[in-house]
Design a protein around this ligand. Sequence first.
Ligand SMILES: [Zn+2]
Length: 333
Amino acid sequence: MSVTACPACGSPRLKNYRPSRRTGRNNFRCRGCGLVGWSDRADLVLPDTVGLDEISVEERAAWVASKRDHAAEAAQVEVLDELGARLEGGPQGRLLYDIGTGDGQFLAVASKRGYQVRGNDLMEANVVLAAQSHGVEVDLGDLAFLDVPAQDAVTMWCVLAHVADPEALLQSSFDLLKPGGTLFLQTPRRSKVDSAALRVSAAARGRMSRWVDRRIAPHHWHLHTAQSMSAALRAVGFVDVEVIPRARYSLNSGAYLASLGVPARAAGAVGRTTDRLIDRGWAPRIVLEAYARKPGTLAAPAAVPAVEQVPADGGSTGGEPKGPKPGGLAAAG
Ligand SMILES: [Zn+2]
């Protein structure tokens, strides 16, 4: 079975590309909103959960360690500030739920900024890691089967492009929010490079598809445009939708190019140049970040959480200034 209607805007007007000669995969583009994706995605069945017998905590921890990087946290802080500005009275004591949260690192950052955090993940190893490494509570399993109270903020970092039914996920995130609550999501964007790569592959009758094969893959099965992302969010009832193209790279460019099959020496040289361009904001904006609000007025937080008396962390020499920390301060002074 293949995709017959656009998963963003519902249009049946899909252009089908020739299959990739490398992978045999078929891609489509929506003539309505510009979303591109993998046509045969409906065939892929994902497991409900992944147990420790399949991926151990040690394996997961090694993978997390290989990815850790400062750019990710800088982006998280930027997003949390933006999100907090959209919540009446700011983030203090606000409930934030991160769907598909991984090892809980983002929740730890959000917690330091005053949010009451929780999230879910399908991988049991992530649930263990979140508790062990970051002391945050993560629910195991799909949102549809969990009993989660209504939230002030819901976040999703690169989750939408992974799930079989993105419309259902957007609906679940809408349902999870309190009236007036805000959704943030990040998802891969159809950049100019992707459009060019699709044209090249089409002109070469399915050859020269390496870039397209990497960007539109089983685990990342559609790339949104600002238009398609807005349409998808409005379709489930969100208002005040803002979609922003960004150049965010979780790997450095050399590693990313190497993962695309660019030879190491060339990848290193091109990667260093690209990293400089990213720093200056000139690199292809390969992701979209979207904020959207559920209609209604957001009520004040139920209770201001007690200020935790956290001693300076173990290794600290106690030389820190006594000023307010970005985290634990409750609004009541
Ligand atoms: Zn569409």
